[in-house]
Every structure is written in C-alpha cells, then in structure tokens.
Design a protein around this ligand. Structure first.
Ligand code: GLY
Length: 621
C-alpha cells in the first residue's frame, strides 16, 4: 500500500472545479416562446480475444444504414424510430424514446425523475452534456434521514420525504430547444398514445411491480394506478398480459405537449405540490420553479488500446455530479499500459478488478456535486496520478479494500443484482448526430408513490446522497462530506452515458447502461470488449460481467463466468460472490465502410445491440 494517508488516496483536492465550465439554463418560465507500461506482469501469452464465458456464444448486432435507436423496451425504440423517420434529429428521437420509457417502465425512469445526456453534434463534431438530474429540495438538511439517536431512517428510500426535485421534463425540453427539429408536441405524441391506449404488460414489468407492491399499495394514488380494482378493499395488481392504461399520465403528457412549463408552474406542478404538502414531503412550488438543467462539459480522455493496428479513441462521458465519466476514464487509463489483449484471461479480469477498487475508493472520498464541493476532476483522471495508483496494483494478488484505502470493512451491503431501475437509450440519426441518455427514478418505482392526479411515479433520488459518512445507499455505495445533503444540491450519480469518437472526431460508439453502482463497471467492460478485444457490440454487451466497488470488499461475478477463471481469481485472493446478473446496456457502433470494404466514397453503417439481460430492442432503418 502506498497511499500517503490511511484515510485517503495520495491526492490533494484542488480548488479547480470542473463545474466552473457549466452553463446554467434559465428556468423554463423564462424560455417559453422561444421555440472516454508495457506489462512486466507474469502472464502467459494467449490469443487476444477475451473469453470469459464457458458456453461459446456469438451474438450478432442489428445492422442499419441510416438511423438507429436502442432502448430497454421495444415500444420505446419504435417510438424513437418513428420520430427519426419523420425527419427528426437524434435528440427528437431520444426525447420520444425517453418519454415512452416513462410510460412503459414506471419502475425504471420517468418524468418524475432525472438523468443525463450526451449529444454528439455532427455539424460541429462537438460533444456536450446536459445534467437534468434531480436536486435536493430547499428544505433538505444534512441530517434529515437520521433519527434523534443519529440512526439512519428509511425515509430516503420510500415515501414523500425521499423525493428530490425532478428534472426530466426540463432537461428534455431544454435539449429540444437547442437541437430539436420536429415540433415538441410531435415528439411527445408517441408517449401520449402509449399512456392513453395502453400496452400489454410483460414479465419484467410484473416482477418489478410485485417486488415493490407493498410500498405502492400503501400509497393511495399509486394503488389507484397499479391495481385493477383501483382503490378497492382487496386490490389486485396488474398481471402478465393485462393491458395497462394510464389516463392521468396521458392527461399530464397532453398538458406537457402543449406547455412543458406545466410541470414546474402549472396544473401538474400544483398537483405535485399539493400531494407533497398533504403527505409530509419537502418539495414546494419554489423548488419546482427554481429547477434548472445545466449544460456541462463532458469529461473526456484519449484511450489507445495496444493492438496490432493501434487506434486512439476519444472517450467522453458524464462529468460530476455523475461519478460515471471520471471513474470510467480512471479505469481505462489505469488499464491502458497493461496490453490487456496479450494477457491471460484471468490476468485481464484481475487487472480490471484492481482498477475498479481504486476508482470506487476515489469515488467515495472525492465525488459530489461540483457546484457545492471542489471535485478535482482533472487530477483524478490525470496520468500523473493514475501512474502512481497503477503502481500499487499487484499482478499476483488481490489487494483488500483496506489496502486500497483504509475504510470501515464492516460495510457489507447488497448491490443491485437485477437492474429494474434506471434506463439507458442510444440514438444515431442519418446525419450521424447521436444521443446517449441515461435517466432514472432511482430504486424500482422510485419512492413508491404517485403524485395524486398526475400518474407520475416520483423518484427516491435523495437516497443517492450520503445519509451519513459511511452509511451505504441502496447500492451499497458509501460516501462522505462531498456527497452530503444540502439544499438544492445534486445527489452523486453513477450514470455513465458515453460517446466515443476517433481522434478526427468521427462518431464511433454510443453506449450506456442502468444498474446503480454497477453502471460504471458495466460500461468499462463493454468499452474494453469493443475497443481492446475487438468484439462487436452485441458480443461486448452479452459477455459475462464482474463488479467490484471497493466497499463492500467483495467481487461479484455473473453466473456464466468461465469456472476456470473463477477458480484462478479465487487463487489470487479475490473474495467472490457469484450469481445473478446486472445491467441492461445498449450501444450503437458506427462502422466506417472502408474499414471492412476499402471502398470510396466514404460511407458507414450502424451496428447496434441491446442487452440479453433485458427485454429491449434495437431498431434501425
Ligand atoms: N440512481 C442511481 C444513480 O444515479 O447512480
């Protein structure tokens, strides 16, 4: 162990804040009317392609020439493609897809929550990112989830006190104002239709509902929405194959189609505020009125996999208040010199795991809302710092979490094994504009409540704050002062919408995933599979995953990992928990035609894939 302090990595937080380059967006009310060492490690050279699964598999991506949408629900992908085919920009399709997800997957993400998007503008070849994450209500305080004895309550997870100020509507509208080509009402329309005419619920939907049933049934408004007998004595939850119609949500969406400000200033706002006031929630009209999405520069870095034909990539992902981009780049940079493609399969995984521990230890200490705390982004992703951290990695031994950074080893908690919360979508249009969007209501069905009369499932994003130092959140993540609760502060996220270009700024890859704390490690594994091991996106996404988040000090491996690698990792000292699956990733890759055909003129095509762990759809044309 080489950290200079037992309590923290050898890095001084600097005052430079990445958020300084953020651009605040004025509240909606003012805007209406305008329309990414050569190894000395002992390893036996093996073929370059990582193989971590026992049964051979050969998943194939969907191919298309013009445009493509990937999303977690087939009807959402279809909504997005409908908008692309109507002449919409990638952002128009992303908005339609996100709003459709809000209707189709109330358990994962929606207008009662928030998120982040990255957009690649084919004209300027620039990548920008929009933070439309929820913010803490004005009345929020650092100890609001501790009882009189200082013991954490469950209020951050269920019920009205768990709700942070939603940002989805403001964020989507802001993105539309900046980049949209079709009328706002037209991009909202597919979601209205899905809510009004309903859709058949599938097994994922039903399982998610049953998992959160007791909380939902104890909230009368949620009970009215999710049970067939509405407010009856013995409510019967919707079951497999039932048609689920959401009249209140359809009406809300119709209002938003006419006037998105309605969510923050109009009838929808009034209904949310009344519901909060009647049930002990903190959010007020002032909270809604003051909500602002924020344009921020993404965090970007160059990544050069060591391959026969080395190619450098520029990887851009979400900057704080998401931790995703910083730690994605940290892991890639930590791994870059190891020549992974020529390591044994076990070494590939061992090195990745050790990089994960370093990244998540930094996350717990340094990361928070950059508008409230100094997050040393540039330093955390710098070669100078990561060279030092990499030198601590041992090739033949798993370091304990305490060695990576001293912390309380008693903090063992579950991570989410099934990703029923959060949703990711990727869009590429015919002009090669692209959107990578991840949004959420946090836990399955958010706070487990519906704002009466609106059909809106409200988030429990307040749980993504550190309730108290060392107290884990839903995903077992711990944090400290940097992520403490404060009025109007943004809770730290792991969402990692990501866009990769080549060094000439040509679009190459759009990717992301849900999965709570596992989001960042899921995205890094997909990138390594695609960029280092040359896998197509379908194979890269389908490959078995592993996850280590420093605390708890335990390595999670999906069930279908090659037993030989599992055995070897155990021999290196990794403490393993096997089983389950996580993530519901999707990705679109732009394949330069000349890369495979050597042909001119220079055209390209798209390859996309959704995660076999989920039930999403890739649709292109
Ligand atoms: N709510 C999960 C995340 O933002 O990381």
């Amino acid at each position: 162990m080489t950290s200079s302090s037992p309590d923290r990595p050898n890095l001084k937080p600097l005052r430079a804040t990445f958020g300084a380059i953020a651009i605040r967006v004025r509240p909606l009310v003012l805007r209406l009317g305008l329309t990414m060492i050569a190894s000395a490690l002992a390893s036996s050279p093996v073929p370059a392609i990582a193989s971590v699964t026992s049964p051979a598999s050969d998943p194939q991506p969907v191919r298309a020439n013009t445009g493509m949408v990937t999303a977690a629900h087939p009807l959402a992908s279809q909504a997005g493609v409908r908008i692309l085919q109507a002449g919409g920009h990638a952002i128009d399709a992303a908005i339609a897809t996100a709003l459709a997800i809000s209707v189709l997957e109330p358990y994962s993400a929606g207008i009662g929550g928030g998120g982040f998007l990255l957009i690649y503008d084919a004209d300027t070849r620039e990548i920008r990112s929009l933070d439309f994450r929820e913010r803490a209500p004005i009345a929020a305080t650092s100890e609001m989830y501790l009882d009189a004895d200082g013991v954490p309550t469950t209020d951050s997870r269920s019920g009205h006190r768990a709700v942070a100020v939603p940002g989805t509507v403001a964020g989507l509208y802001e993105a539309h104002q900046r980049y949209g080509q079709l009328p706002w009402a037209e991009v909202v329309q597919p979601a209205i239709e899905l809510a009004a005419t309903g859709f058949e619920v599938g097994d994922r939907w039903v399982q998610s509902l049953n998992w959160r049933a007791s909380t939902l049934l104890s909230n009368p408004a949620a009970r009215a929405v999710f049970s067939r007998e509405g407010t009856g004595e013995t409510p019967q939850l919707y079951g497999l194959g039932d048609r689920f119609i959401q009249s209140d949500l359809a009406a809300t969406l119709r209002r938003l189609a006419v006037d998105p400000e309605d969510f923050y200033h109009g009838q929808t706002a009034a209904a949310i505020v009344a519901d909060m006031a009647a049930n002990g929630g903190l959010m007020t009209q002032a909270d809604l009125e003051q909500y602002e999405p924020i344009w921020r520069d993404p965090v970007c870095g160059l990544f050069q996999p060591q391959r026969a034909n080395p190619e450098q990539f520029r990887v851009c992902a979400m900057a704080p208040p998401s931790s995703g981009g910083v730690h994605l780049l940290q892991m890639l940079t930590l791994l870059e010199p190891f020549d992974l493609a020529h390591q044994s399969a076990t070494q590939q995984q061992h090195l990745l795991i050790e990089a994960m521990k370093i990244a998540y230890a930094d996350r717990a200490y340094y990361l928070g809302d950059p508008d409230f705390v100094a997050v040393p982004v540039a330093e955390l992703v710098s070669s100078a710092y990561l060279d030092r951290r990499r030198a601590d990695i041992e090739p033949d031994r798993a370091r304990s979490a305490a060695e990576v950074q001293a912390a309380d080893p008693a903090l063992l908690r579950r991570i989410t094994m099934e990703s029923r919360d959060t949703s990711h979508l990727s869009v590429v249009d015919g002009n090669r504009n692209a959107v990578s969007l991840t949004f959420t209501v946090n836990g399955g069905f958010g706070a487990g409540i519906v704002a009466a009369g609106t059909g809106i499932v409200l988030n429990n994003e307040m749980d993504d704050f550190s309730i108290a130092p060392g107290v884990p959140n839903l995903y077992g993540l711990i944090g400290g002062a940097a992520n403490a609760i404060a009025a109007r502060k943004t809770p730290l996220s792991s969402m990692t919408p990501t866009i990769v270009t080549d060094t000439d700024a040509n679009l190459r890859l759009v990717v992301g995933s849900p999965g709570g704390s596992t989001i960042i490690t899921t995205v890094v594994q997909i990138l390594l599979n695609a960029l280092v091991y040359d896998q197509n996106v379908a194979t890269a996404i389908a490959a078995p995953r592993l996850h280590h988040q420093w605390q708890p000090d335990s390595l999670r491996l999906e069930a279908n990992f090659d037993p030989a690698i599992v055995r070897d990792l155990q021999a290196l000292g990794h403490s393993l928990v096997t089983g389950g699956q996580w993530g519901n990733a999707s990705a679109i890759e732009v394949i330069p035609a000349n890369a495979t055909q050597g042909s001119e003129p220079f055209t390209d095509y798209l390859e996309g894939a959704t995660d076999p762990r989920g039930q999403g759809l890739t649709q292109g044309f």
